[in-house]
Design a protein around this ligand. Structure first.
Ligand code: SAM
Length: 251
């Protein structure tokens, strides 16, 4: 099995595929104006739809949820059908690098733990043209919480994600890309531990069993364990941050 397929298999039965929670999605939503049934919200990199379902419960908006993983989307489609909301939640396979929406057609673009795939600075620039005038972009993005940090933690993340930046750097990028930074907040640690890592631990044995304890499966489990250890030790230095921004007119 390819590494990406293994990663998808590891994550698909977990409630979410990245740090976050229902409470954090609702908190971010509170910075937006009231949405209506005419509002169109695009959920990019929806995974199996943890936040899609919260957004559909909390707003009357039409939601289009897109992801590149057929397997994740199939699970979200099931949830949408079970909840009887297929009339206002559309689930589609689409690449976030090639979003097929008309310019200025979206009221809100939402992306939890997903914009890193295209890179924060590229994502906020490219997606802006799809937003209606005064539309909102809401993303969660891994960020440094301090201007300085131990060399080890700095190297770990810079190797994984060279665009890693502080909240001040991200806010400057938001302004440069043509948005008003409306708000930001740091996710609580429980969004990692209880809502994300907890499932690493509970699903590990079944995952290894499913893959006959293959070398690749064991390597992925080991990587996950390192990720958890790293967070436990260094969470004072980094976290996911929700950034809520509004499209502004540019000169
Ligand atoms: N938003 C979900 C959550 O928080 O549970 C999923 C977050 S997961 C860390 C990142 C998601 O981005 C995955 O579902 C992955 O399949 C998706 N993804 C990666 N590259 C993509 C691309 N080029 N286009 C669309 N989705 C992509």
């Amino acid at each position: 099995m390819e590494t990406l397929d293994l990663i998808i298999d590891f994550h698909k039965n977990n409630p979410r595929q990245g740090p976050g929670s229902q409470q954090s999605t609702i908190k971010a939503l509170q910075f937006l104006p009231q949405l209506t049934p005419q509002s169109h919200l695009l959920d990019i990199g929806c995974g199996t739809g943890a936040q899609t379902m919260v957004l559909s419960e909390q707003t009357p908006a039409h939601i289009t949820a897109i992801d590149s993983s057929k397997e994740f989307l199939a699970l979200l489609k099931q949830k949408v059908l079970q909840q009887g909301i297929a009339n206002r939640v559309t689930v589609k396979e689409m690449d976030m690098e090639k979003l097929a929406f008309a310019p200025e057609s979206l009221d809100v673009i939402w992306a939890e733990g997903a914009i890193y795939n295209i890179g924060f600075s590229r994502g906020i620039r490219e997606w802006r043209s799809l937003l209606k005038k005064d539309g909102y972009l809401v993303v969660s993005e891994i960020s440094w919480l301090t201007p300085d940090r131990p060399q080890l933690v700095d190297k770990y993340w810079t190797d994984v994600y060279p665009e890693m930046g502080t909240i001040a750097e991200k806010t400057a990028q938001i302004e440069e890309a043509g948005y008003i930074p409306i708000a930001h907040f740091v996710l609580p640690e429980s969004d990692w531990t209880s809502h994300y890592f907890h499932y690493y631990e509970t699903n590990e044995a079944a995952f290894l069993e499913r893959h006959g304890h293959s070398e690749d499966a064991q390597a992925l489990v080991e990587e996950n364990r390192q990720e958890m250890k790293h967070f436990k030790k260094y969470s004072a230095y980094y976290n996911y941050v929700f950034y809520i921004m509004q499209k502004r007119e540019t000169k």
